[in-house]
Design a protein around this ligand. Structure first.
Ligand SMILES: Nc1ncnc2c1ncn2[C@@H]1O[C@H](COP(=O)(O)OP(=O)(O)O)[C@@H](O)[C@H]1O
Ligand SMILES: Nc1ncnc2c1ncn2[C@H]1C[C@H](O)[C@@H](COP(=O)(O)O)O1
Length: 223
């Protein structure tokens, strides 16, 4: 019996990992995909042509960056659909609008016109009955201090000089956002509940939770 059968996880499942910057999404995405034999859909930070520019000048580059992320995530969504699922996805498309674009607009770092253009594009692309939602969103949470330590430990240069207030505001918004999120079933996992770096088998705790959540749901039938 393979791990999918053992945990009752369908072979075409799409598991999305959400949570603030540095919380551990990419790390658990890779660990889960390897354990389940799934493909990964990862955020490509190194090849993003706007990210560095954005961190140096939020006002100037926020709209370009949001459009870029939207296009990238939509392409990934298409790839997942074409493979017929069996993916672990690093960050959901819902966070782009629900956290980042909204925050930049409300902080005056994106103009109203740009925000409206972005939102209408997002709604036309994503908020339709044809857009497949994930089977489950695994929301990673931890203390603000742990998250900041991880951002520093990872050491991406552009994130090191960013004002702490940016991460604090993002952290606060994530808590509100997840409390009101309804697009798909959610599993909240504290980062102290597992440690795939030191103890790979602790991933089984996460698999148990996915298994329980998926079996509680009437899964949609993927075409
Ligand atoms: N379970 C863990 N224990 C210890 N360190 C971790 C764990 N998960 C992630 N990290 C570390 O935290 C940092 C951020 O993780 P990452 O997966 O890149 O976060 P995200 O994708 O959410 O931004 C990295 O340096 C990573 O090695
Ligand atoms: N939609 C976004 N707007 C601004 N910045 C974003 C967006 N999505 C991701 N980011 C940033 C945050 C990090 O610096 C990198 C990668 O995110 P991570 O949470 O570390 O995977 O991109």
């Amino acid at each position: 019996m393979d791990v999918l059968d053992r945990f009752g996880i369908p072979r075409d499942a799409v598991i999305t990992i959400g949570g603030t910057v540095g919380v551990g999404k990419s790390t658990i995405t890779m660990a889960l995909a390897e354990t389940l034999g799934f493909r990964t859909s990862l955020e490509k930070v190194d090849t993003n042509p706007y990210l560095d520019l954005f961190y140096n000048d939020f006002e100037k580059w926020s709209f370009h960056l949001q459009i870029y992320f939207l296009a990238e995530r939509f392409k990934e969504q298409k790839r997942i659909f074409e493979y017929g699922g069996g993916f672990v996805q690093d960050r959901s498309i819902y966070e782009d609008t629900g956290i980042f674009a909204k925050m930049l607009y409300e902080q005056g770092k994106m103009s109203e016109t740009d925000y409206e253009t972005y939102t209408s594009l997002f709604e036309a692309m994503v908020m339709t009955p044809y857009f497949p939602h994930p089977d489950v969103l695994i929301y990673l949470e931890g203390s603000f201090e742990d998250v900041i330590n991880r951002i520093h430990e990872r050491g991406r240069p552009m994130e090191q000089n960013t004002d702490i207030a940016y991460w604090q505001e993002m952290y606060r918004r994530y808590e509100d956002w997840i409390n009101n999120f309804t697009a798909c079933p959610v599993i909240r996992i504290n980062i102290n509940e597992y440690d795939v770096v030191q103890d790979r088998d602790s991933i089984h705790h996460v698999l148990e939770k996915i298994s329980q959540r998926i079996s509680q749901n009437n899964r949609r039938v993927r075409a």
